[in-house]
Write a protein that binds this ligand. Structure first.
Ligand code: HPA
Length: 238
């Protein structure tokens, strides 16, 4: 048991997939895991453990934004000895190199979150992906993408879904950032703090330059590709 996850000792696998939406966690568990068992329903943030090719894997919802992600990741690392987490989520593209349903493998993040500023007292920490997970995801991507493209690059982990200063996202895009989302910086920072592996695999659900958005069906299908990439990467590094 930890404060926000009601799992017993050994109930969470060392390898964890993390979607933001807890109902996606249930869908992933039912679709991709064998013998999945729900280990936590606290606050509706569902967590499941099952197996993939006979190897234990968990799926845990993270919620939206850095504070929510930080709570679940912190408890997974400190109370359950999780070794590797792959976030599987959506992002908004800010690069014309990306189209809807393309996949971003987040090599590192920029953030406007106060979490790192408070922790590092003004020093600019660079939250970055685990290289072995990233390389494994790059290798796995072509067999899952079904015509979409995967790009490796930086994402902007913003605390604002509805930003008051969108020009800051534009400036980051001018410095090569591929997409905006809200959780990866917190994940990478905590992985660095606890010496664990982490990666974010994000599908483009909307395009901030064109205003284009995916349909619900497109989101479902592209989510499956992303989960396949994430599972392959997790199983490759273990
Ligand atoms: N902003 C932040 N997070 C997101 C977006 C966005 O435009 N799209 C999907 N996740």
């Amino acid at each position: 048991m930890s404060t926000h996850i009601a799992a017993g000792p050994g109930a969470v696998a060392p390898l964890v997939l993390m979607p933001g939406d807890p109902l996606r966690a249930r869908w992933i568990a039912e679709t991709f895991l064998d013998d999945a068992v729900c280990y936590s329903e606290v606050r509706g943030m569902l967590g499941y453990t099952g197996t993939v090719d006979g190897r234990p894997v968990s799926v845990q919802g993270s919620g939206m934004g850095a504070p929510s992600m930080s709570i679940y990741v912190h408890e997974l690392f400190t109370s359950y000895d999780v070794r590797a987490i792959v976030r599987v989520g959506s992002c908004g593209a800010i690069s014309d190199r990306l189209g809807l349903r393309d996949v971003v493998l987040a090599s590192a993040t920029h953030t406007d979150s106060a979490l790192n500023r408070l922790t590092f007292e003004g020093l600019d920490f660079a939250p970055a992906a685990d290289f072995d997970l990233l390389r494994a995801a790059v290798d796995a991507a072509p067999s899952h993408l079904a015509g979409a493209t995967a790009l490796v690059g930086t994402v902007f982990s913003s605390d604002s879904f509805y930003p008051t200063r969108p020009e800051l996202g534009t400036r980051l895009a001018e410095h090569g950032a591929l997409a905006v989302e809200m959780e990866t910086s917190a994940l990478y920072t905590l992985a660095a703090r606890f010496g664990r592996r982490a990666l974010a695999v994000c599908t483009v659900s909307d395009h901030l330059l064109t205003g284009a958005e995916t349909t619900a069906l497109e989101r479902q299908e592209s989510f499956a590709a992303m989960v396949g990439i994430g599972l392959d990467a997790l199983l490759a590094v273990d």
